[in-house]
Design a protein around this ligand. Structure first.
Ligand SMILES: [Ca+2]
Ligand SMILES: [Ca+2]
Length: 309
């Protein structure tokens, strides 16, 4: 007599070690020495991320020994000769960052348009394509541009103006181009902004697909299931545990096997491509990077006693 066993699905459980969220804390990490054009911040979170920061563009115009950390923020000042000149502050991440958020302070303008702070903020996504921030509206500045990524100071010398910036998608880098709005006077005066701490989440998107095309099974019979676990990223899932909870009336019959591809490993901590096999219930710790997968093949036997179901 065929028996429907929980819709034909093996119940398997995935668990992932908690991924710590990350922060780049300027006051804790500093920028050394003051005025240098690049900085690297390794080992910032688990999984480990390195952030490389560089400043390029019209760097001879940088003023007051900036970039430097003052208070909680990274401060950048400039005194450009021409309205069209600008600085590029670039932050590159060794792994994609999810839900990156930061505040930018002091986006303002001079009283007689002697300077007009203007920032164009762009990012690159997982595939290297342009991505754009969400810039919260505020009374101290305007947000314009085709991609709503240009921030222009409206108030005069408002040192406390806060501009919250966030990135809804996973990104690999951020570029902040800092110069003047074209309405600024020729030979703009000294101007300054401050960049607050960076905060982000670490996230892996694991999916589990069971081969459950069979719905009915014959007591006393056998079947083979496959179980595919994939990681859509953006971060690696290292030490994810795959464990089984078989429905009543079934048991694993013989060796199950695990095959890994796309840089994954069936044994956490082992080289990519490491396969394994075992007997009995599965309780396997695996490593799956973004776009990697592991596939378990599981032979099972159904009890010949219908009362077991
Ligand atoms: Ca100037
Ligand atoms: Ca300013």
């Amino acid at each position: 007599m065929p028996v429907n066993i929980l819709g034909g699905a093996l119940l398997l459980i995935l668990s992932l070690p908690a991924l710590a969220d990350g922060t780049l804390d300027w006051s804790a990490l500093g920028w050394s020495p003051d005025g240098s054009l690049s900085q690297s911040y390794p080992d910032l979170a688990a999984p480990v991320v390195t952030i490389d920061a560089t400043v390029s563009g019209n760097t001879p115009a940088m003023a007051s020994n900036t970039p430097l950390v003052s208070g909680a923020n990274l401060v950048i000042a400039a005194d450009h000769m021409l309205v069209g000149q600008s600085l590029d502050i670039e932050l590159v991440f060794s792994i994609p960052l999810v839900d990156l958020q930061l505040n930018i302070y002091d986006i303002d303008r001079g009283t007689t348009m002697t300077w007009i702070d203007e920032l164009t903020i762009t990012a690159t996504d997982l595939d290297g394509n342009a991505a754009f921030p969400v810039i919260a509206p505020g009374s101290h500045y305007s947000v314009t541009g085709t991609n709503d990524n240009v921030v222009t100071g409206l108030d005069t010398t408002d040192f406390t103006a806060v501009t919250p910036v966030s990135f809804p998608q996973a990104i690999r880098s951020v570029q902040i181009r800092y110069g003047n709005n074209s309405a600024a006077m020729a030979n703009p005066a000294y101007q300054v902004i401050a960049i607050g701490d960076l905060d982000w989440r670490n996230e892996a998107d694991l999916s589990l697909v069971k081969d459950d095309s069979q719905v009915f099974y014959t007591p006393g019979g056998n079947a083979t299931y496959t179980l595919t676990v994939e990681n859509a990223g953006p971060n690696a899932a290292n030490g994810a545990v795959v464990s089984d909870t078989l429905p009543a009336g079934t048991r694993i019959d013989g060796n199950w096997t695990c095959l890994a591809s796309g840089g994954a490993s069936c044994i956490s901590g082992s080289p990519p491509g490491t396969a394994t096999s075992g007997t009995g219930n599965i309780n396997q710790s695996v490593d799956i990077p973004r776009n990697g997968r592991v596939v378990f093949t599981i032979p099972i036997t159904f009890s010949s006693n219908p009362a077991d179901y």
